[in-house]
Write a new protein. Structure first.
Length: 488
């Protein structure tokens, strides 16, 4: 009989079935190269048999070397994904996927780690005598890679004298060869150049958000041509399988280092700006570490700081009272949640008589890395649900907690319940309203304004009084005080 699409895929939706075969069945799965998830995870964290095993180097890398010699140049390598991670990831906020924590590219995962579409390896030693020391290690926030170091919160600063070789790559959405580039960046470097070992407290290889802050990194890429898929049918079972052929080419990024390549690939996007936080440039460790230590150690800023504490002061023709803050503006929310909420409601209502609206709330943030988030003004449009401590529900809200820890859309919808502006004057004239809102969808402790932005999502400018990770660790929330009122 004639072989038709309906016969091959009797349950229908042939397009989806073919896509899944091309994505999962045809490519070489990353785990096939070494053999187990455990080997892959330990290798990416800087350990494993190659680093810590009892055998010789040649024996430990033999399986990967055979892949390099025989298959690397004619195989599409899938991004590392593992069946044994699926249940754990789904239950712990890492998304409905099987990605290892170092390379979770799920854009919908609450705890995804690859928002910048960039990954990097930093090696600190070599099996061979020739070691290309190409970068200085500045510092590492250990809370960014807890599944690699098993530490909830800590940080380390380095002298810059440590030997390190950093190399990485960036990709655009839809790049089917990024698994090949990851292999070339990681296991290939170990086998061919002998590079191994991780910066203390950091993974050896991960998406750049989890890696140490360094001065620079080399850049590599991979491209494929003549990609062809072949589908085969088992005549006894009717099962369809897929294989493929391709010609792979590996190399550098045409003279660009990793930072330059990221900026070229993602020009005009937030990624092009955000990469500056992780690749700080030659001889810049001291300056960036000083800023970081000021943040962590809560050192008093200089008198030239343009954003000083406005508690009881006049700013933009309005008087202000501090509600709470972190870092150099440290002022914790009221320990009695009900009393703190009641006071904040009274403060908000104080402007109704004179302004015909609730009082403005303003967050000023000296540590935020995006200009639009250094000053944000919240203008309330509707009333508030009754108080109940903790996370907002369909009928209750804890107003201080909404701003400090759990920014949600319950009784708090942009353009319905409130507007956001980038200045007090914009709020007063009702111009330049922000267009993109973002909220927590569960009980995570991401506070104001999550990843909201003037025109699109902007990440990591949120504050949290219980979690670390955002850039808003030096900020204060203020509330407008009506004219003639004394700030207490």
């Amino acid at each position: 009989s004639t072989c038709t699409i309906d016969l091959l895929f009797p349950e229908g939706d042939a397009a989806t079935a073919v896509q899944e075969l091309c994505e999962y069945d045809a490519p070489t799965q990353f785990v096939e190269i070494q053999g187990t998830y455990q080997l892959d995870q330990r290798s990416m964290n800087g350990g494993g048999d190659v680093k810590d095993g009892e055998n010789t180097f040649d024996i430990d890398v033999a399986r990967v070397k055979r892949f390099i010699d025989n298959e690397m140049n004619d195989q599409v390598i899938a991004w590392p994904e593992y069946a044994q991670k699926e249940e754990y990831n789904l239950a712990n906020g890492y998304g409905d996927n099987g990605y290892m924590p170092n390379f979770n590219i799920d854009p919908d995962a609450e705890k995804g780690s690859c928002k910048l579409n960039t990954a990097m390896c930093c090696f600190v030693e070599s099996q061979f005598a020739d070691f290309d020391d190409n970068s200085d290690i500045c510092r590492h926030d250990l809370s960014k890679s807890p599944q690699s170091n098993h530490i909830k919160s800590a940080w380390s600063v380095f002298s810059g004298d440590e030997s390190s070789h950093c190399v990485g790559f960036t990709w655009e959405d839809g790049d089917i060869y990024k698994g090949n580039t990851l292999f070339y960046t990681s296991l290939y470097q170990t086998v061919v150049n002998g590079y191994m070992g991780n910066v203390p407290g950091a993974p050896m290889c991960a998406c750049v958000e989890q890696m140490p802050v360094v001065t620079k990194a080399d850049c590599v890429t991979s491209t494929g041509s003549d990609l062809r898929y072949t589908f085969s049918v088992d005549k006894d079972t009717g099962d369809v399988s897929a294989s493929h052929s391709v010609a792979m080419t590996y190399g550098d990024c045409g003279g660009n280092d990793l930072k330059a390549q990221v900026k070229a690939t993602h020009a005009g996007s937030d990624i092009a700006t955000a990469i500056d936080e992780y690749l700080v440039g030659e001889n810049n460790c001291d300056d960036t570490n000083a800023v970081y230590l000021n943040d962590e150690q809560l050192l008093v800023p200089s008198a030239t700081n343009s954003l000083m504490n406005l508690d009881g002061a006049e700013y933009e023709g309005r008087s202000w009272k501090q509600l709470f803050g972190e870092g150099i503006f440290f002022l914790p929310p009221d320990y009695d949640a009900a009393a703190g909420d009641a006071e904040m409601r009274a403060d908000l209502d104080a402007c109704i008589a004179t302004e015909g609206r609730q009082c403005l709330i303003m967050r000023q943030c000296t540590s935020c890395t995006v200009e639009s988030h250094k000053e944000i003004v919240y203008k309330r449009l509707t009333g508030w649900f009754p108080f109940q401590e903790g996370i907002s529900t369909d009928t209750t809200i804890d107003i201080p907690n909404l701003f400090t820890n759990q920014w949600r859309n319950k009784n708090n919808v942009l353009h319905v319940d409130y507007e956001l502006y980038s200045s007090v004057q914009d709020a007063l004239t009702e111009t330049g309203e922000w267009e993109q809102a973002d909220y927590n969808s569960n009980s995570n402790k991401y506070g104001f304004p999550r990843n909201s932005g003037p025109t699109g999502h902007i990440g990591n400018q949120w504050n949290s009084y219980e979690w670390s990770g955002g850039h808003a660790n030096q900020h204060a929330f203020y509330i407008e005080v009506p004219s003639g009122t004394t700030v207490v």
